[in-house]
Design a protein around this ligand. Sequence first.
Ligand code: BES
Ligand code: ZN
Length: 630
Amino acid sequence: MTVALLFAGCAGNHDSSSPSESNDAGASSAKAQRVRAMNQVTDHHSYARPAEARITHLNWNASVDFDSRTIQGVATYDIETAEDAQRIVFDTHDLTIHGVSVDGQSVEFNLGDAQPFIGSALTIPVTPGAKQVAIDYTSSPGANALLWVEAQGDRAPFLFTQSQAILARTWVPVQDSPGVRFSYDATVQVPEGLMAMMSAENPTEMSADGRYTFRMIQPIPAYLLALAVGQVEYRSVGDRCAVYATPDLIDKAAYEFAEMEQLLLAAEDLYGPYAWERYDLLILPAAFPFGGMENPRLTFATPTIIAGDRSLVSLVAHELAHSWSGNLVTNATWDDFWLNEGFTVYFEQRIMEAVYGRDVSEMLATLSYQGLVDEVDAISDLNPDDTHLKLHLQGRDPDDGMTAIAYDKGYFFLRLMENTVGRERFDAWLSNYFEEYAFKGMDTERFVVYLKETLLADEADLTAVRLDEWIYGPGLPDNCPQVSSARIERVDATLAGWEAGDIATADLPWNEWVYQERYRFLSNLADDTTPERMADLDAVWGIGSTGNNEVLFAWMEQAIRSRYAPTYGRLEAFLIEVGRRKFLTPLYRAMKETDQMDMALDIYGKARPGYHSVATGTMDALLDWPASEG
Ligand code: BES
Ligand code: ZN
């Protein structure tokens, strides 16, 4: 391959162009210019210098030990080097490195001091032309990506990883930057009686000896590396779709997600062929800190979306959409996170509209809009720059960027462009974008250039959109598209009537409402709703015992604010079982804001050992939990 051309970018910067594309890097086409621009992208959250030497394939040989809570591994990488390469640099965090070899020869390596969030650089000397690097290592029992869920009663132990944003480096030494892609294969030894799964081709049955092999031929960035180990069963729900879940949940999961294949077909219909062959879903223990994670071929999901009535599948639509926005066209750095999430929320909404109708998708959009406006207000008070689509995360934890800005401001920006150029043109443009940049990184600046050359080439459209205000400016520009949902408006009117005493509790249309309507009602109850009024709602509609976790969550948050004690037992049990941060943060915050810190700390003390680092990181800060306590 043409190494010299490929590494035309300056050292320390990224080059996400593919070898073949680099052949036209000398040409002055618009595309070549964009490729050159990409060479200038710097990822502040990675030590790697892919322009000097980069990984292309990982062969991972590992064994998982539940007793010591460690993964012992050898990561062997195929690498590509620039003509003058002297070193290859990996990201690590809390890894013990036992030895390193280059092309079979053991070499001296340097492991730098650990910095907050980003960990330590592992620097390995190479000469130009070096082909392979092998790193022998062990992860630490406190590795931030990993959650070891203890066996309990007849429940087997479980391990899962969460690598996004920069936690892959706590379980594999890797060039942990979203602009660096590699294919992989793996051999993983786990305890007998447990199944291992990765973001790769997966087994459908338990192996007799606890040994599993994996293959992922499409190149992925490190944040999409994933592993789960547990007593899990497989159930097919379509030609290309299946669910994996523990025995107690497999039937419920198969029912809940029976429509997965339909979502997949709708997605392909919108924006082109699915690139990853299979789309399966793994239901994790409730401690999973997110709703879902788009690990390629195998989305990881919280069991809290199993409602019994398929009402929470929009989360699956979201993670599925990432198979295009994010997993195919990938944000080049975490400052460009909106290119992953904003596009994905837009795509999710379009899937929901196609499968369940505009009525449902507009209710969801209306709820997003309310969440966005609230969050823009909250963030503007703290740091207005954090309301820009293009983020400024240098020196910070990229997790700080996981706000409604990337998701919902991003969504409304795309919706504005759709409104401006018309749906037909917008859809054709988006399909092209996914195709043209498949398996590549994209940063905001290059995206703006692309947008101006393609979708917004017409001056009038460009002016109407006000691109710079949206991307580099604060808050919500006043050309933000309006959403309206007649059903949500009726809920608001009903709530006003109930609060004024004009509508009796027994006359609320609770049983006619779908979850979005119930959620809207509960989340907009006045903060000072009395415990008597809460008791009334509970007695008539049994809200405190709902099986829908979104509704339950909204109910519990208001119960805290109303000091409605009969719900506190369920609240405590929920917070001990469920580790999904989206629920934890508002619930603990509500206790804090209403002077119920004793209860918050008491529950948190019991629940904390079961939470993932992503959740404890946020809750420790919220509740001023002493840093030294494990
Ligand atoms: N990729 C994200 C989860 C994520 C983002 C993990 C940033 C770590 C850092 C995933 O696709 C996601 O957005 N999940 C949402 C659900 C979605 C329906 C908005 C979640 O878990 O809340
Ligand atoms: Zn997402």
